[in-house]
Structures are given as structure tokens and as C-alpha cells.
Design a protein around this ligand. Sequence first.
Ligand code: AKG
Length: 336
Amino acid sequence: MRKVLNRRTGMIEYMLKPFREIYAKHLDLGSLNEEMNAHGYLFLKGLIPAKDVRRLLDEIVEILHVAEWFIKDSDPASRVVNISSACGDPDPAFKSVYEKVFNLESFHAFTHQAILRQVMHQLVGSNLLIHPKPVGRLIFPNCERLIVHAHQDHRAISGDSESYTVWMPLHDCPPELGPLQILEASHRYGLQSVDPETGIIPKESAQGADWVAGHLNAGDVLIFHSLTVHAASANVSNQLRISMDCRFQSAERPIDPANLVFPGSSKQKSWEKTYSNWHSESLKYFWTKMPLKLNPSRAELAELAQTSSSEKMRSRYAAILSQLESQQLSHTQNPT
Ligand SMILES: O=C(O)CCC(=O)C(=O)O
């Protein structure tokens, strides 16, 4: 950490080490695996054309404007929040607005764009699997409970640890808007201990090199390994932070089928509902046409639906299995 004088406040502040930047215009695809192996993340500046990011942002902002998340009579594009609307997952008010964002065809298409595929092919090999459920983050400022603390994605995503998260702000995201911070080289230490009550990795005991951070702009992309420890910083601005994150892996490696269905909310969310206003067929159920290796397999899910120790887990496994069946994963070549 570096000490710097904040000229506006006159206070000394501690700055994290900056991200290692890779400029998209100088992109050497061949060097990315080595960079990822060494540091556990890649920070690609200007990878996605700003106008493409802006198009998606405008669609999302329109939904949030209608939901009255922004200050009355302000320009929705400035994203200045109406603090009386502040909410976050799992508040019902948040979920109903978020569902509209999640159902946008453009939200899903964004993760399939050619330049991202090209980079991710380089990292995972030719048989690329894009997880079908991207996550949109709509983060109100000054809400401590909405901050995502230090964790490793592999704990939640499961399947195979050789998977990667791509985190993309949909507008310029200076430190005061609460972008992600990364614990450099922390992917080398396997799954790290969490506080059993909160599931958070205590920053003091997290293993890795330095915490790194920076100012991300629309079009910049942060990619990290599923074992890389990372955390959001606090949004201390007066604006909503809007970003999205999605996961990529090789289709030759196992995937937890929970990533293909809606196990926690089978009644509220479904692929049929998600697709109801889409114009194109091309991305619907795209993964069912791929020979995936499910872990747990369908036979194991059936067993777990009977034998898991809690009723909650038994019904979760049963829901995953029945949703898989209705997606006709029998199309896969290897549905063990
Ligand atoms: O954007 C955030 O606030 C958290 C994102 C995150 O932790 C992730 O993408 O794994």
C-alpha cells in the first residue's frame, strides 16, 4: 500500500497497488496464459468498444429509471440515486427489477461477443463454455450490506476450479464507485479458509501477494481465476454502480449443473420466462447442444435428492434434476 495526499480533503490516504494493465490495442494473445498463471488476473484496457457497452447500459438504465431508482427530474444517464429506493439482493423490490435486467437478450448476448470469446478461448482452449447465467450488479451507494466481501468464486460456482470470471463495469468506474479489488497471485493457494458465520475470507489471513485495484473505464475487462480472492470496494459516491460478471471454462471440464438452471427460485425464474421477449433463437439453450460433463452427474443428483441430510438440500437437488430434464440435456453426448 502507498500513502498519498488527497489534495481535495488534505488527508493522507492509503492506496492499493495498481492493476497491471494490458492495453487491448497491444494485445498479445499468446502472453495471456502466462500472465494469468503468474498473477491470477488480467486487466484488459479498452477490450470492448465503448459504444457497445453504452448500448447495454442505456437499456438497463431505462429499466431502472422506470423503477424510480434515480432522483426525480435528473438525467437517468447520470445514475444519481433516489436513496429511498435503495435495495439489493435478496430484497423482493430488488429481485423484481433485476429480473427485467436479467431477461434482456442484449444482457446475455454481451457475454458471447467475439472479442471476449477470442480472449477466453486463449485461456481455456478451443472448446469454450460460457456459463449461461451472467450476473448484473446494481449497487446502490453507501449501503454497507450490499458490499461483496473477500471470497473465491470457486466456492459458489463449484464444478472445476479451472474456470474464470470476467467482470465488466458498464460505465467508467473510479474507486469511489466501488469496483473490484484483487488479491494478486492468491489463486495459487487452493480454497482458502472462510469465517464459518459469514462465508467471508478475512482480509488479514487471506493468502496471496498484494491487493491490487484501479480505475476501470467502460470497455475495460477484469478477468480472474476462480480461486483468485477478490472483493468489491465500497460505493461512496451518489451514483448507482452497474457492472456485470460472467463465468467461462473449457467444456471439457466438469460444470456444476446448478449453473445451468435456477435451483433457488424455480417458480419465479425460468429460461422460458427469460426468453419470452427475445428476437433470436441462436443463444437459447445453447449449452444443451454441447457435450457437457456434469458434476454432480444426473445419477448423483437423483441420489442426493434422496439422501442429503437436510430437506432444503434434497429439494434443491430435486429441482436441479427436474429442470435439467425439462431442458432436454439428453441432447448432450455424455450426460453421465
Ligand atoms: O461486483 C460486485 O460487487 C461483486 C462481484 C464479484 O464478487 C464477482 O464477480 O465474483
